[in-house]
Design a protein around this ligand. Structure first.
Ligand code: 4G3
Length: 231
């Protein structure tokens, strides 16, 4: 799966692209490809300008049409299909495990990262297929949201997670929170591992974990229990 990122700050992605599970999936396994394209390289103004004041007045700067549109044309010029174009924006559909699963079916995704007060609305009309938000808060740019989206999607692709990493009982994968987990030693600061986990009785362990998942979700995230967008 290929990700092209349109951004003014490609350097923000350098560590992300090459680290941990994402780095291994890209560099060693070749399951994903992550490319950044610097929008400023496509500015036609002599000072490499990429933003301007809003029509109608008001605060802040808006990213202009031309550099972003030319970046998009550069990425897509030799393709015989249309990749999905996503704009990271506080106004978008909120990213959930279900949406990450849907996006993992895509072969090629282009992500537009905005800065300042956003981009000229005509870019959204002209090139954007879907506006996505990683949550109801505002950041200085769409770069961190883009990395969150890529991470959530890439880890669902076959082969990205190792056998140890890809347990199916994690939080949100079944609409519930994960049960509590313990590892050695059996006792720390006077706190023992729950007895049932040491019993070797697999059916009792399964029932205990299921009960813990439901109790925890009720206590920590009761909003999840009534939701229909379970993955
Ligand atoms: C567009 C995404 C982009 C308009 C982007 C600010 C938060 C998210 C930006 C705008 C962002 C998010 C850049 N902040 N919740 N900042 O996914 O006002």
């Amino acid at each position: 799966m290929k990700f092209d990122i349109m951004t003014l700050f490609p350097e923000m992605f350098e560590t992300f692209k090459h680290s941990s599970i994402i780095g291994r999936a890209a560099d060693k396994k070749g399951i994903i490809e992550i490319n950044t394209v610097n929008i400023r390289d496509f500015s036609k103004s002599k000072q490499k300008k990429v933003d301007d004041a809003p029509y109608g007045g008001g605060m802040g700067m808006i990213m202009t049409f031309q550099p972003i549109y030319d970046t998009y044309l550069h990425i897509t010029k030799s393709l015989d299909y249309k990749p999905k174009v996503i704009y990271m924006s506080p106004q978008g559909r909120v990213l959930t495990q279900k949406l990450a699963g849907e996006l993992s079916e895509c072969e090629h995704i282009i992500i537009l990262c905005g800065h300042y007060e956003g981009v000229d609305e005509r870019l959204i009309e002209e090139i954007v297929d879907e506006e996505i938000s990683i949550g109801d808060y505002v950041l200085t740019g769409g770069e961190l949201p883009a990395m969150v989206l890529i991470d959530s999607v890439a880890r669902l692709l076959p082969g990205v997670l190792s056998k140890d990493e890809c347990y199916l009982e994690e939080s949100h994968s079944n609409g519930l929170l994960e049960y509590p987990q313990y590892t050695r030693p059996e006792m720390v600061n006077g706190r023992r591992v729950p007895e049932v986990l040491l019993s070797g009785h697999h059916e009792n362990i399964r029932r205990w974990r299921e009960e813990q998942s439901i109790k925890r979700t009720l206590k920590k995230r009761p909003d999840l229990l009534g939701r229909k967008d379970k993955f």
